[in-house]
Design a protein. Sequence first.
Length: 631
Amino acid sequence: DYNDYDNTEAGVIIYYDNIALCVELSRGKDLWRHEIKYDGNRSEKSLPVLWWTTSEESGKRFLFATNDGVLLLDANTGKELWSTEMQFTDIEEVEAVTFYGNKALLMYDDDQIGFLDMKSGKQLWTRKQDIGDIEGYSALENLGGTNYLLLSADDTQIMINLTDGSVQWEKKEEELEGILTKYRVAENGKNVLCYFKRKAVMGSNSGTHLDLCMIETKTGKIIYKQEIAMTTYAPIEGIANFLSKALLGQKIISAHDYFFVFDEYDVEGDVVFLIRGTAGASGMCNPETRDDDGEGLVRINLATGEIKYRSYFPLNSVGFRWSAVNFDIKDAPQPIVNDGKVYVVGAERVVCADMKTGKVNWKIDDDLGFPTNWKFHDNTIFLKVGKQAFNAAVEAKSGDMNVSKAWNKDPYRIYAIDPADGKIIWNIEFENDPGLSMDVVFDEKSKTIYGADEEEVFAVKLTRDSGGKKLWSFNFDKDGKVGELEHEECYAVTQSSSSSSSLSFTGSGLSTTTTTHYEASAELVLQPHFRGDHFIIFGPDGVCSVGLDGKLQWTTEWNWAGKKVTLQPHFLSSGYITFMVKEDIQLLDEKTGKLFWKEEDDYDAKPLLSPNHKYLYMLEDDEVRVFKMTP
């Protein structure tokens, strides 16, 4: 029975029990098949982990992590090029496979490293020594014509020549600590600036630290070392096996997680670091004194390591944590740099600071709200605050869905702010989150933003003198006849199941055990889609098109069919829209809303659209069916 697939340039690999079948979908041709023993620890479906590589030199290759080890196949023929026995279990703590050019790096058994040539299918070298748990690694490419690997282990840093596996130099923990997360090659090409994450769980200097180390590449000589930022938080959970845990589907902490984020800006030949805590101001501190706020700016001369200034100022309200509302700092409005100043958003404030001096020019934090998006144009900052968020959970076996409010931060406003002094020029307030049903869209040409809540889609002019008023609004139910988009009712369930059997000997003879695996997910289907010069709105009672002037273009019915959606609405490059609800696959003309055709297929099948949007493939059990995506 069909389990799953991987869509690749060489063809679609479809997995049936212990067989991987590569199919050319344009013709339905069976290209090759190969026995793959799956690792039961790898995923709920017990599928192999696949890595893909392609280049003119090495050709197309598949690298599988299987129940027996690692397997390299020619992607076009399925021919086995290389394999090695290697048990992927949570005990042996296998690291991963990472590609460097046409080669792969294999790290396993805590202290063994192998380097595989993907072209020849030969392992070039292996290295084994007692170095403790491998915590992280990073390639330093083309330094003086040579590629290196800096390996961070429990108690040592090792620089390895990637060509022959030889050790260039080695540093003990007291000399150099941490995990390399990033690097810069110095102008002379002989030195490399390394960014190390250093973690201390206990002691007077406990916390997670960002160190900059200028190192002479070939000798390992440390030219200087400066600590840029730190948080007092350091998780006890080790990161030694973060990649192996990812393979096993376990929740992990990445080696690159500092528990703060930093942005870099070039200023008069120096670099200014902007530091923000991922959980708000909590735990952030000045690494020299372990006091102050720890969020703010640090300016450093990268050539000499001289710190020009450390300027710390709280970006977040005292006691407020981003994580308290499940809001990732990566989703927060990104800092803006303009005319030598940086504008940065905290959880409930906006700060403007001078990049040259680190001095704070102004800040807003009184009754501002929770910033979620902003735009800088027309010599004005336009800031959106407020957000409603929902959690959607599905019970895999029954398909029962529960959608509930995760959190709510009001008020919902858009501000126009003068960047010179932080004065508010105007603001417009909304009853509900204007980004609830659709991400707020800014149209550069018309200087207009478009938003949507549960009842309407609307437009607001973003200019300094617009006064903060709606240009128009379009009611989904009254104007479009497609019904209201009550958010809890806008999700659909996609559900699938697969079975696997195993044989075992018992006292009475041979016994067969069949296990059924269930998967289900909740997907947001009823929503407006901004299409550049119009909107397509999927509602519970129909689909409609609305122009950028807020006027209805067309409305048509669609079979929402109790929220059983196999294929979410897809906008095809040909100008059509396709979707599958219940047993019906449908094709609509996006310009007119005309239904071109409707065909029945099995709800339990797995849909796959071809990259050119010409075909829709339905994968089910032991059969593949194809539909042409044209009228």
